[in-house]
Design a protein around this ligand. Structure first.
Ligand SMILES: Nc1ncnc2c1ncn2[C@@H]1O[C@H](COP(=O)(O)OP(=O)(O)O)[C@@H](O)[C@H]1O
Ligand SMILES: [Mg+2]
Length: 336
């Protein structure tokens, strides 16, 4: 099913157009999905079942985990759904929820069971399923881990219309922030003594970053059977200011490009100084939601302009030099 051109390097190049940074994670994921779909092809050919490797993405909120999976599914041409482990842990009917997730995947595959069976399911906030000492087992995240384990290993699941969806060839990608995992890693990996200064600490953590082990996840509170099903682990880095600026301007469908297009459709050229993107990034950093708040901050800035422009046919150019100064409108006859 997978196009011959879709090699790991091709996948990374495609991802680069939409996802800024996270180079390590891109490579790990590209190789993982490539191997995954090669395995499926091989199994179909020889009938030899090869155990599959699902993927775990560890990184802060708003660092591009969901975006990356979504973009991956697009380049692969496979259906994609996201689910949230927190909401799975809040329902008493986990299996109904799981069925609903697969139902959505089937809808994404336009009702084609075969296509759905080779889709990607992204389950976010998996770290919220960790064992809580004061929680009864039946309603705990642990029982959700068991339920997820079953479909990750591969099982036929009966969906609403009575048909069965087999999850054997689906790729499951789990995500989570795993706050505190660094402390566990620093302890269990025994590198803590190396550091003498804060800068040293950062350097050590940097090196440890790429090497989260299943045992660390177990220490964190996930059950071993579950961590065993997630042998491939990719880390997403917190996005720094420079990255946030790039996210605003660089991707094909960047926020800036989208709004330039909106203005172009009105016959108006929108020009925003580089400095402004830095100012927006600064505010986003204060919000601690990664790139997630960029759009909201940008829209707040641009809204008054979007309000004013349609009322004035003469405007043909808008210049924004700072987030804290009034936009400058240039008037003249419009082109076209
Ligand atoms: N690395 C990135 N490159 C480009 N855009 C990003 C990146 N990270 C986050 N974004 C933007 O922020 C939004 C939220 O990111 P998301 O992928 O949902 O983060 P996560 O799943 O890690 O919490 C995305 O829709 C995207 O617009
Ligand atoms: Mg997400």
């Amino acid at each position: 099913m997978l196009d011959k051109r879709v090699k790991p390097s091709f996948i990374v190049k495609y991802l680069d157009q939409y996802v800024i940074g996270q180079e390590e994670a891109k490579k790990i994921l590209a190789v993982a999905v490539y191997s995954h779909y090669r395995k499926i092809a091989k199994t179909e050919q020889d009938g030899v079942e090869i155990a599959k490797s699902n993927v775990l993405l560890i990184g802060p909120s708003g660092s591009g985990k969901t975006l990356m999976c979504e973009t991956l599914s697009r380049v692969l041409g496979v259906p994609f759904v996201t689910a949230n482990a927190t909401s799975l842990a809040q329902t008493r009917f986990v299996n109904d929820e799981i069925e609903a997730i697969l139902q959505r995947l089937l809808e994404k595959a336009e009702g084609n069971i075969n296509r759905a069976q080779q889709g990607i399911v992204f389950i976010d906030e998996i770290d919220k399923l960790k064992a809580q000492p004061d929680q009864p087992r039946a309603t705990s995240g642990e029982s959700v881990q068991h339920a997820l384990l079953k479909i990750m290993e591969g099982a036929p699941v009966k969906i609403g219309d009575g048909r069965f969806v087999d999850t054997t060839n689906m790729l499951f990608i789990c995500g989570g922030a795993f706050v505190g995992i660094e402390d566990i890693m620093a302890k269990t990996h025994g590198y803590g003594y190396l550091s003498t200064t804060a800068a040293d600490d950062a350097g050590v953590l940097e090196r440890l970053n790429t090497r989260v082990k299943p045992t660390d996840l177990f220490q964190f509170g996930l059950i071993p059977e579950f961590t065993g099903r997630l042998p491939i682990i990719a880390r997403f880095q917190e996005l720094e200011k420079k990255m946030l600026v790039r996210i605003l301007t660089e991707p094909k469908n960047s926020i800036y490009n989208q709004f330039r297009e909106i203005f172009r459709n009105e016959g108006v050229e929108l020009n925003i100084e580089t400095k402004v993107f830095g100012q927006i990034a600064d505010i986003a950093i204060e919000y601690h939601t990664g790139a997630r708040s960029l759009r909201g901050i940008f829209e707040e800035m641009i809204n008054p302009v979007l309000f004013a422009v349609p009322d004035d046919n003469e405007i043909r150019r808008v210049d924004i030099a700072s987030l804290f100064s009034t936009p400058v409108y240039t008037r003249g006859p419009r082109a076209g």
